[in-house]
Ligand binder design. Structure first.
Ligand SMILES: [Zn+2]
Ligand SMILES: [Zn+2]
Length: 357
């Protein structure tokens, strides 16, 4: 054993070993804490829909799952050790980790702070490798993570951190497009779908000053409109509810990952309005060019955010008291939580308590 190997960090996680599922305790090591690294004692890990896709190998064509898999890219915890060259963090700080843990740092996208689009491909937090393309990555369903300080996020928070974890994926996924299309006071914003992503979109758009309308197929969720801070709730399964709203929105954020017709929402945009998709339905949509031409409308997509923007989002959420609505679970409930997430039976994000796991 080399001196470096002897300093490797023993880690306890929860892994699934096949697409048939079932999570079991899994022990592995993370690299020794290097000069630029911090060691995070993980407190909470959110359950993102992409964890489920990868645990069940549903992206086998584009991103096949390399078992054993320890998912989790909505991570928050406390720094327990820092390398000699670390400047951003000290022991005791709260730190977060999102969807990637490193990138090439040299390409145009990395230099512009859009590391999620690194031309050499970023190192994903789990089901990927470090930039050496050899060392396998394991995610946040575990008690520790070793990460370069430049890819960890600073979290200003006190008390219970469970509602902070989902900001690292669901939060930035919704913040980034709302920011890019300059959502603010006097604007009307529609959020399509009220799940893990949608409820964050509502809170963030409201904090930016917009008038927010939720479009949901679940009439039972109308009761949550006020607590989430939204202004209006529209049951979208009845097209008659949408007709009177034609041409009235500045921006619509579509978070739905089930098949649906985006044309009915494009029709709701006013002149110069923009619709951004962040959900991934299984089938392609058909869009008539005229739906965009009449009204100079924009249809766009958005993928999480880079490190600078993710930090900006965390600071914005801290200043505005924004956290995710969560249901905290123990690791033995992961499979059930997956099934309930697929059925949209959660308000609004499951978060695993790793502190007491
Ligand atoms: Zn995610
Ligand atoms: Zn790069």
């Amino acid at each position: 054993m080399t001196p470096e190997e002897s300093k490797a960090v023993a880690t306890r996680g929860f892994a699934t070993h096949s697409e048939e599922g079932g999570f079991e305790p899994f022990e592995f090591t993370r690299r020794a804490v290097g000069a630029n690294d911090i060691l995070i004692e993980i407190e909470y890990a959110g359950i993102c829909h992409s964890d489920i896709h990868q645990a069940r190998n549903e992206w086998k064509d584009s991103m096949p799952t390399n078992y054993p898999l320890v998912p989790g890219h909505e991570i928050v915890g406390r720094v327990s050790q820092v390398g000699d060259a670390v400047t951003k963090f000290k022991v005791g700080d709260i730190a977060g980790i999102g969807c990637f843990i490193d990138s090439c740092r040299e390409c145009v996208n990395c230099r512009n702070g859009h590391e999620q689009f690194c031309v050499k491909m970023a190192a994903y937090t789990y089901n990927g490798t470090e930039m050496d393309r050899v060392t396998k990555t394991y995610g946040g369903y575990s008690d520790k993570y070793v990460i370069d300080e430049n890819y960890a996020l600073k979290v200003k928070a006190d008390g219970d951190l469970s509602g902070v974890a989902p900001l690292l994926c669901a939060g930035i996924t919704t913040y980034s497009p709302l920011k890019r299309f300059k959502v603010g006071p006097g604007q009307k914003v529609g959020i399509v779908g009220l799940g893990g992503l949608g409820h964050m979109g509502v809170k963030i758009a409201r904090a930016m000053g917009a008038e927010v309308t939720i479009f949901s197929t679940s009439p039972s969720k109308e009761a949550d409109v006020r607590s989430l801070g939204a202004d209006h709730f529209v049951v979208s399964s009845d097209p008659a509810n949408l007709t009177p709203l034609a041409g009235t929105f500045n921006m619509i954020l579509d978070t739905v990952s089930a098949d649906h017709d985006v044309n009915q929402y494009l029709a709701l945009l006013g002149v110069g309005g923009a619709m951004v998709v962040v959900g991934v339905p299984p089938s392609p949509n058909q869009i008539h060019a005229l739906a965009l031409i009449f009204g100079n409308k924009t249809l766009s997509g958005s993928l999480i955010g880079g490190i600078p923007e993710t930090q900006e989002m965390l600071d914005f959420c801290a200043e505005n008291g924004i956290r995710s609505e969560v249901e905290v679970i123990k690791p033995d409930y992961i499979e059930t939580a997956y099934d309930r997430t697929i059925k949209a039976d959660v308000r609004y994000r499951f978060v695993i308590d790793m502190k007491n796991a």
